[in-house]
Design a protein around this ligand. Structure first.
Ligand code: ZN
Length: 278
């Protein structure tokens, strides 16, 4: 990789997720226009990757309906050059059929999420069976989409290595460490160091800290030379008892910290090179 690229920081903004409601925070974007607007704001603030869920207008909850995804994606493709990473998670706990979860791939995004195993999330079970992941992996290869390997605990890295050996994932792989989900690996420095130790060499990585752990994990990701995801999907607060007012606000803070630390923020064209998307 070009030397000046290796120091650059990719910020991913997770705009809305599937389950946070307006009752939780009035700032959560729900309609396609709101989600797209929030994405434009985050991209202007410094995010080069936008992680996108769509919401069902009837329930307000996550949907994999490609028609709704398309409304968001069309606006973002017109207004930004951001890398779009569309979710394949559905709604954790609902166990949607594979075809339903894979609908967003029809829009040929540059990236999709690949939740590399099953995990308890407090009272919900987020099921990602070998069968589902095999189908998803094959589709990403067929379509030339880069999977973002979301790993919640070390066993999921082993799943990714298994898929790599089967030829269903390709190097260089990009891991997104999801730390601090209730029931999975805690968001601590030790967790992050361990996870970065066990991924195949040559991989890139980014870190998510859930809730109050978003900021400390972002700071560790910056300091350790990785990349960072922030956003309202993972954390709705800016500080104790103070709601974040936008995804952009959360991105702006990471940009300030990165600047103080001496890491330049990657723009999408840099991120494409770092992630081997081009
Ligand atoms: Zn997500």
């Amino acid at each position: 990789m070009e030397k000046n690229l290796s120091n650059k920081l990719i910020i991913t903004a997770a705009l809305t997720g599937s389950s946070i409601s307006k009752a939780d925070t009035k700032y959560i974007p729900i309609t396609p226009e709101e989600i797209a607007d929030s994405g434009i704001g985050a991209w202007k603030a410094g995010a080069s990757v936008l992680h996108i869920h769509a919401r069902d207008p009837a329930t307000g909850l996550g949907t994999q309906d490609v028609k709704i995804f398309k409304q968001v994606v069309d606006i973002l493709r017109k207004e930004t050059d951001a890398i779009l990473c569309l979710t394949t998670s559905g709604i954790p706990g609902r166990n949607l059929p594979t075809e339903e979860r894979l609908q967003p791939l029809a829009l040929n995004p540059e990236m999709v999420s690949f939740d590399a195993g099953s995990v308890n999330m407090r009272d919900k079970v987020f099921i990602n069976s070998l069968e589902f992941l095999t189908t998803l992996a094959k589709e990403t290869i067929a379509k030339g989409i880069k999977p973002e390997l979301e790993v919640f605990e070390p066993g999921m890295v082993q799943n990714c290595i298994y898929f790599l050996e089967k030829g269903l994932l390709k190097q260089p792989m990009h891991f997104q460490f999801v730390l601090g989900v209730p029931g999975a690996m805690p968001a601590t420095a030790k967790s992050l160091v361990y996870m970065t130790d066990i991924i195949p060499s040559g991989s890139t990585w980014s870190v998510i800290g859930i809730g109050t752990r978003q900021l400390p994990m972002a700071m560790m990701g910056i300091a350790m030379g990785g990349h960072v995801r922030v956003g309202l999907e993972d954390n709705i607060y800016y500080s104790k008892d103070v709601l974040a007012e936008s995804n952009a606000q959360l991105v702006e803070r990471v940009v300030r910290i990165a600047k103080e630390y001496g890491r330049e923020v990657a723009r999408p064209e840099d991120a494409r090179k770092i992630l081997s998307l081009q």
